[in-house]
Write a protein that binds this ligand. Sequence first.
Ligand code: DX5
Ligand code: ZN
Length: 226
Amino acid sequence: MLSIVEATLQIAPSILAADFARLGEEVGNIAPHVDLLHVDVMDGHFVPNISLGIPVIESLRPVTDLKFDCHLMMLNADYYFAPLKNAGADLVTVHVEVYPNPTGPAESARAEGLGFGLVINPPTPFEAVEPFIELCDMVVVMSVHPGFGGQSFIDASLQKIEAVRNFVESHGLLTDIEIDGGIGIANIRRAKDAGANVFVAGSSVFRAEDPVRAVEELRAEIRDTE
Ligand code: DX5
Ligand code: ZN
């Protein structure tokens, strides 16, 4: 039923699980082995946690050519698009729970030369993003409640991935479908089979004894073996 092009599969480590005292070193080490860098920005309002922001993104920019996928768990995310772009962001994703009609933020992001995506939380139905998928480079399905790394994967998120994949395929779109939260060797294959093509992995990469090997194992798990 689903036809995900192998070439579009991407592993996106989340730096939230890295050792912030050695962030440049950790990112430099993993960068040649991954496809995208997932940067979790939290404002302490939309989510009950504060993570990192623009100065950290700016400091990381010279470390790698990887695209920075900036997941904005923030209330006034669009206010920061220009400084995020200047700091080195490539793609910004905002929550549909913050922007029930994200047409304005999508236009602002494009005007800044940023890619744009929408994120959907576990309790929010697919129908909340459905009318706006065509505005997006990426749809992000949360498979944990946002705010913290290291949580358990919520299985019900796979049905939402399937719904997004069906929409994308039936409309002939090339939208990336990212799954974010609790991804590891035990579930990455199921996420791919449901239709995800971009896989965020925080703890399972940066908390592994050997992060590079952890990435290679995740990649092997989603490779087609025929
Ligand atoms: C949660 C973040 C996730 C998180 C993923 O608020 O959006 O990106 O860092 O981390 P793990 O893989 O540890 O669940
Ligand atoms: Zn995230």
